[in-house]
Design a protein around this ligand. Sequence first.
Ligand code: HEC
Length: 140
Amino acid sequence: MDHRTTLPRRTLRALAATAAALLLSMAAAPAGAGSDSIDSDLMQSLEDHQKDLASNLGLADARAATANADELLRGLREVQAWYEARPALVEGVELSRKAVEHATRVRQQIGRGDLGGAAASATDLGRSCKACHTVFKKDS
Ligand code: HEC
C-alpha cells in the first residue's frame, strides 16, 4: 500500500525541483545576458564632454569646463540610474556611483577655481570610465 504512494510523490518532488530550477534560470537571464544594453548615444556624449573638459581645463576656460562637467554629471547620473535599476549588476552600480563621485568633485573644484585639481579629478574620472568598460563593454 505504502509503496504505491512513494513513487508518485518522489516524481512530483523531482518535477517541482526541475520547475524551480527552470524558473530560477529564467529569472537570472535578463540581467546577466545584456539583452538590453546601455544607450550608446549617451556614452558617445560622455566621451565628447570628457574630451572637451580636458581641453577646456587646459585652456583655463572655466565657463566651458563647467558646462562639460554639468553634462558629464547629468549623463553619469543616468548611467547610475540604469545600473541601479538592475541591482544584479552589482559592480555596475558601484562603478557608476564612483564615476558620479569623480564628476561631482570635478564640478566642485572648477567651482572654487581649482582647475589643476579639477584636471587631476578628470583623469580619475577617465579611469573610472575605463574600469566600467573593462567589466561591461564587450568590445573594449
Ligand atoms: C558603470 C559603467 C560605465 C561607466 C561609468 C561608463 N561607461 Fe561607457 N560604456 C559602458 C557600457 C556597458 C558600454 C557598452 C554599451 C553598448 O552595449 O554599446 C559603454 C560604451 C561606451 C562608449 C562606446 C559607445 C558606442 O558608440 O558604442 C563610449 C565612447 C563610452 N562608453 C564612453 C564613456 C565615458 C567617456 C565614460 C566616463 C565619463 C563612460 N563611458 C563611463 C559602461 C560605462
